[in-house]
Design a protein around this ligand. Sequence first.
Ligand SMILES: C[S@@+](CC[C@H](N)C(=O)[O-])C[C@H]1O[C@@H](n2cnc3c(N)ncnc32)[C@H](O)[C@@H]1O
Length: 286
Amino acid sequence: MSSSIKDLLESTISHIPKNSQYSVSQKDLKYCLANIIGKKKEFLITNPEYILSISEEKVFLKSVKLLNEGIPLAYVIGNQEFYGYKYSVNKHVLIPRPETEIIIPKILQYGDSVFKKKNNIMLIDAGSGSGCIGLTIAGERPSWKILLTEKSLKAIDVLRENSHKYKYKNCSIIASDWLKGLNKNIADIIISNPPYIEHGTSQIDNTVFKYEPHSSLFSSDRGLKDIKTLIFESKLALVKGGFLFMENGLGQSEDIIRNLKENYYEDIDIILDYNNIKRFTVSRNS
Ligand SMILES: C[S@@+](CC[C@H](N)C(=O)[O-])C[C@H]1O[C@@H](n2cnc3c(N)ncnc32)[C@H](O)[C@@H]1O
């Protein structure tokens, strides 16, 4: 026999192992259950006597087991919200982060003001992963043309799934090693959230290290190799006056600014995240 929402949540919460190294929060459990029954989490509060189907209950109990093992919620339920959109994710793509959302309105603002006389702004999202950045911009600005590039073929499967879900007509996806092989002077804006964590660092969450793809996380040269490659390759792909936006890690800004200047970028600006960490650089191709 199946249980009600109220009974299932109560019995699950009382069975969460107290000594587990992973703390499964009640909030995650509720989000997970709401996702399984295809409702908003408020539904759980207003309908505590709703009886789950046998298969919904089975999926929930299996999900609780995975959460107790430390698997991130987004991988367990297979999706993550980002800037109001819902993107499919699996172990082959980075889970979209709240701090990455900060860059979306900034890019829209730059595009709208700097290129206001242009009909078709061309934006490249380099290393798209799930597509959270590029697809979100495609949704917010249907008149822009968005090119999503990604090296991992398994990530591209997820990217295609997300692109098909939203059925945007202004997006194309290509497999490529950063911007190699692209035509010159094609992009008005390039955005990338590249891998930027130093190999061997102890400052990484155990769950992130264990479950998220290392090809999305780590870069050599103290985490700066991919950023430097992007700075170099964007110089060719950007139009004169085009903008490069890049996410980076803690303490990397000074090195990035130096490298941007060495490559003759101008009007360099820093964008802070919610913790006042210098999280993004914006610069203009001279
Ligand atoms: C930090 S993740 C960012 C994913 C997504 N843009 C986001 O913000 O959630 C970096 C992405 O870059 C991709 N990547 C790593 N090396 C690459 C390369 N040489 N060329 C293209 N993409 C690459 C990874 O596969 C991964 O999807």
